[in-house]
Design a protein around this ligand. Sequence first.
Ligand SMILES: Cc1cc2nc3c(=O)[nH]c(=O)nc-3n(C[C@H](O)[C@H](O)[C@H](O)COP(=O)(O)O)c2cc1C
Length: 402
Amino acid sequence: MLKGKTVVLGVCGGIAAYKAVEVVSRLVKCGAAVHVIMTAAAAQFVTPLTFREISGQPVYTTMWEEPKLWNVEHIALARRADLFVIAPATANMIGKIANGIADDFLSTTVMATTAPVLIVPAMNTEMYLSAATQTNLKILADRGFHLMKPESGPLACGTAGIGRLPEPAAIVGQVAAHFAIAKSLQGVRLLVTAGGTREAIDPVRYIGNRSSGKMGYAIAAVAAERGAEVTLISGPVALAAPSGVTRISVESALEMRDAVLAAFPTVDIVIKAAAVADYRPEVVADQKIKKQSASMTIDLIKNPDILAELGSSKSGQFLVGFAAETQELAKNATEKLCRKNLDMLVANDVTQAGAGFESETNIVKVFYQDGFSEQLPQMSKRELAAVLLDRVQQQRSKIDRN
Ligand SMILES: Cc1cc2nc3c(=O)[nH]c(=O)nc-3n(C[C@H](O)[C@H](O)[C@H](O)COP(=O)(O)O)c2cc1C
């Protein structure tokens, strides 16, 4: 799995720095080329010589010595990495990366890389649980950094709790897992819809909903990282398009329908995470409606059901719907899955804390065409995106096998 891969390993100044030596040793044995960058504090714990001998490569500790490569060193290493791992990552380094500080070789190289970055924190429990570290980790997770949770157990400071560096074998396992899924959607064309639609009442007013678009954007981002060719059809949201994703911006349900139907014949997977309005005003006023009588009535007409249209006309596409429910989740989800001819339905009870529209996390139950369902625990929308794509890939390979 790691043959021919280049891993850049950043080692920070924590007592667990010695475990990074075994990480390097195991990665090298698995066939990876490993380039180690040490912070000045890390070099207080383990000598650069140890890493040089184990990796068989020069070790980088400062930006100010004669270049070991022809190019500006930190940029050359940043470009070379297939994966960047920081283990152990100190509270200090996590804070620097989250806040854009690039004042040493490691923090500068991380900022310059476009490779995926896996951060493995290790520190005293209180440092790990501090508001600063947790906020910084959340910033990094939202930006697409991969995080490995520290383990609980006895710590070097004499206490016990969360904060231990995971065992080297587990870190290497995570690296291998990363490469296993990294290009697993290469050559697959994926259409994701996200955000809510706006149904115009007049030139300045609309009927909308609370969808933030975060779930669909997370799916688009993770799918692109796995190598898929992603088209993201998005209602108006306050999110930047994930890198490597083609975004088509729409406003109303009818515009969403046109864009989705145009893209549908050329894709392999459709994930409809957008919250499309069921109804729209029958008449859209040309001019801003003036305040007049004590009450007013807007007549609404039904919008087309895009998901049902896709379900009835699909020819080999794997179709995933989302359902936001406030009652009888299982019954409504199963009925929707059958009626709309979906392959998978992701249902969430939006009345639950930690689930749904404006939340950073989601709690969903996934329903499959074969009648099975699976309750997933609360997780960040990015983590959920990865799990849902795993499930889509598993289901598609089942279909291919049959
Ligand atoms: C004995 C000792 C052990 C330390 N262990 C840790 C640790 O496990 N995690 C951590 O975040 N900081 C730890 N620190 C503090 C860091 O070394 C310190 O914040 C340093 O500035 C980190 O620099 P760096 O992020 O550039 O490596 C330790 C310090 C000492 C003296």
